[in-house]
Design a protein around this ligand. Structure first.
Ligand code: ADP
Ligand code: MG
Length: 700
């Protein structure tokens, strides 16, 4: 045990009571935890800045100068105080206050020397400071500080018990001399020289107590690089090891099923992107290694047919195929689509879901075990232990963000050699995130929509526009088109949500009366047969309107439906909205998406509506989504914040991430020019890091 592992209560100034507080409030248990509890920002009282030097990322800084003028703008509650502050070099900056206007009016004077101190920001492309502290030059008699000061985040409870940012700074001050001898180097000199990084010791000290802003920036860069480098190294290593040790079934033969389908039964020519992905999969499954591939493709990009063609290769090599979907409706639909596509081939397709009857199941289990069934489509029911394959070789998982890692590994156990796995998702995980979280999965992208698709027109309407929306629906229905109306359904408020849904359904039935109009309804509380019946009425065109909850979110395919109306759209997340919108725009006709909201919207809600109206591009949408929600949420992991990263921000630090990844690859590939001693540094550090890496890094 090194000094770093010492319990925090042994640090001078801590003691048992404070130790307990630090543990429960900040999860700081050891010397090491405190060392890595970095300030979230810094105060620079080391000098007076000129306005020209300031950038929006600066620490809190102080500037000497005067107000050329000060004006109270706006009426009543909207009043703000705006000052034009000029520094000693004649540069100008706007300063603004939204509170305390009366006091400011009384006490601030124009053309009198002041020192202002605050966090710079950017407003309309210019540097601005809001709510700075102001002191008259006369009374400002403090000496300049030698260094920047870190600001640490604390909690209300800590503050109440007198542990504020200043206290933590003091503790870190006491800590550093005690642990300094134990800070071992983590990055070889070659890397530090190449990327202008500090030694680890220097970086750790400087992140807490930087002498200058430049030193701070360098310390941050060093620690971010270190963090990203070791995470990437670990991920790449896992993948390399797996490629070496796990044998995959070799599909070296493309036979009758694939060829006859490809040559004679393809319903449309494949897009270039679809062909490319099939080639990528073919290369993988023929290689002798086990494939783990993530297939990303926006809604409607045609992932199903790609999956089927890959599945046919498995069948040609004597293996069975499983296709797992997140909902019963979707499984049903896949079953119908695929059964129809392979109608003229000698391929047996079956379905298994939670509502499959016992007698049917029994027979199915048998036919599955003796290999009569070639493709089994289903829901989570496929994971049950009773479901045994004769020779499962290929697994397709649709819309994987609904499946946990644990469930995936259960599928894995269903065959002797691990099957090849193709995970399909329309949630376009941003590249940086895919690289980090799925670092050990290969990624294929369908980045091209089938020809002739028109971008969906999206508008945002308020409840008061409802009559107009009804009118629009009638026009579209007159043209022979169909309409979806979707209501939110959130677990916690199920009762109210069902009421909304039923109220909505009734008012639609009144506005769109029989016999001219037929309205279908689908929601999660219905019996599967009833759901099925309603879906069929809609899919076959007997109904013009489908009222539903989000059960239709993924995958449902009715090309004649051209209008998607989303009720209480503000209650949906961006990726869900995008998924829902993807239910229309599947045919040649112009499609529309109408987002209905109440009058009041949160800022975030407004950003979501605006994003949807402005773009159809799933990648852009997921970037915005990631910024609004944070990556942990998108991946459905428990990790709060940024996937357990301490300092790196995978959204902002993409350049560093790519560099770190490049270096990690060259080490694993044996291309690195580092000396043996240097590689030992990496190896030793990796061992330490591995012990602390969060679970998500171990996918399978
Ligand atoms: P998703 O990627 O969202 O799962 P689907 O596989 O459901 O998309 O395909 C969406 C629609 O596009 C389906 O009706 C499918 O038949 C059609 N489609 C797929 N590929 C093509 C293509 N190359 N040309 C024309 N239509 C296609
Ligand atoms: Mg799909």
């Amino acid at each position: 045990m090194s000094e770093l592992d010492s319990p925090i209560e042994f640090l001078k100034g801590v003691g048992p009571a404070r130790a307990e507080l630090l543990r429960s409030e900040l999860n700081i248990r050891t010397f090491r935890d405190l060392l890595h509890y970095y300030p979230f920002r810094h105060i620079d009282r080391s000098k007076f800045y000129s306005i020209r030097e300031i950038d929006p990322d600066s620490a809190l800084v102080q500037v000497k100068g005067k107000f050329l003028h000060l004006d109270a703008i706006g009426a009543n509650r909207a009043t703000r105080m705006v000052g034009a502050f000029q520094d000693e070099h004649g540069e100008l900056m706007e300063v603004v206050w939204f509170r305390g206007i009366t006091w400011l009016k009384k006490s601030l004077k124009e053309n009198v020397p002041y020192v202002i101190f605050g966090k710079p920001g950017l407003y309309k492309g210019k540097i601005q400071m809001s709510h700075p502290e102001v002191e008259s030059m006369e009374s400002f008699d403090r000496p300049l500080k030698g260094r920047l000061e870190g600001v640490y985040s604390t909690t209300e409870k800590l503050k109440a018990r007198k542990v504020d940012s200043r206290t933590i700074r003091k503790l870190v001050e006491a800590l550093i001399p005690a642990v300094e001898p134990f800070m071992s180097e983590s990055l070889p000199e070659t890397l530090r020289k190449k990327y202008d990084l500090l030694s680890r010791r220097h970086a750790l000290k400087s992140i807490h107590f930087p002498a200058t802003t430049d030193e701070l920036a360098q310390a941050q860069k060093t620690l971010k690089f270190e963090e990203l480098f070791y995470v990437q190294l670990r991920l790449i290593q896992v993948k390399a090891q797996r490629d070496k040790t796990i044998k995959g079934n070799v599909f070296n033969h493309v036979g009758h099923a694939f060829n006859s389908f490809y040559n004679d039964h393809l319903p449309f020519p494949l897009t270039g992107a679809q062909k490319r992905v099939i080639k990528e999969v073919r290369r993988d499954v023929g290689s002798g290694q086990q494939m783990n591939r993530l297939l990303q493709g926006d809604v409607g990009s045609g992932k199903t047919i790609v999956a089927l063609l890959c599945g046919l290769i498995a069948i040609d090599n004597g293996f069975q195929v499983a296709l797992m979907a997140p909902t019963e409706i979707l499984a049903q639909q896949h079953f119908e689509t695929i059964s129809e596509l392979v109608e003229n081939l000698e391929v047996e397709v079956s379905i298994l879901t939670g509502s499959s009857k016992t007698a049917y199941r029994k027979e199915l289990h048998e036919r599955l075990e003796n290999g009569q069934i070639n493709i089994l489509i289903g829901t989570h029911a496929l994971l049950e232990d009773k479901v045994k394959f004769k020779n499962l070789g290929f697994v397709i998982i649709d819309e994987q963000h609904r499946f946990g890692v644990a469930q995936r590994s259960r599928l894995w156990k269903k065959s002797i050699n691990p099957p090849h796995i193709l995970v399909m998702t329309a949630t376009p995980i941003p590249r940086t995130l895919a690289m980090t979280v799925y670092g050990d999965l290969d990624v294929s992208v369908i980045d091209e929509l089938p020809p002739g698709r028109k971008p969906i027109k999206t508008v945002h309407r308020r409840d008061k526009d409802r009559l107009q929306v009804f009118g629009f629906m009638k026009d579209e229905i007159k043209k022979g088109r169909q309409v979806y109306i979707v209501y939110p359904l959130i677990e916690e408020s199920q009762k109210l949500d069902y009421k909304d849904l039923m109220d909505g359904y009734e008012s639609i039935c009144r506005a769109f009366a029989q016999p001219e109009y037929q309205v279908a309804i689908v929601h999660g509380k219905m019996k599967p047969e009833d759901k099925d019946f309603e879906m069929k009425r809609f899919a076959s065109g007997q109904c013009q309107i489908m009222v539903a909850t989000t059960v239709i979110e993924v995958g449902v395919n009715v090309p004649n439906a051209t209008v998607m109306i989303i009720e209480s759209a503000e209650r949906f997340g961006l990726s869900q909205l995008h998924q829902l919108r993807g239910r229309v725009g599947r045919g040649a006709d112009q499609s529309f998406c109408i987002l209905m909201t109440g009058h009041k919207l949160s800022n975030e809600g407004r950003v979501r509506m605006k994003t949807m109206v402005e773009t159809n591009d799933g990648f852009v949408i997921s970037e915005v989504d990631l910024k609004l929600r944070g990556p942990g949420d998108i991946m459905g992991t428990q990790q709060s914040g940024s996937l357990g990263f301490q300092i790196a921000d995978i959204l902002k630090d993409t350049d560093l991430l790519e560099l770190a990844r490049k270096e990690a690859f060259s080490i694993i590939d044996g291309r690195s020019e580092m000396s043996k001693q240097e590689l030992d540094i990496v190896r030793n550090r990796l061992k330490i890091v591995m012990k602390r890496l969060p679970n998500w890094a171990r996918i399978s």
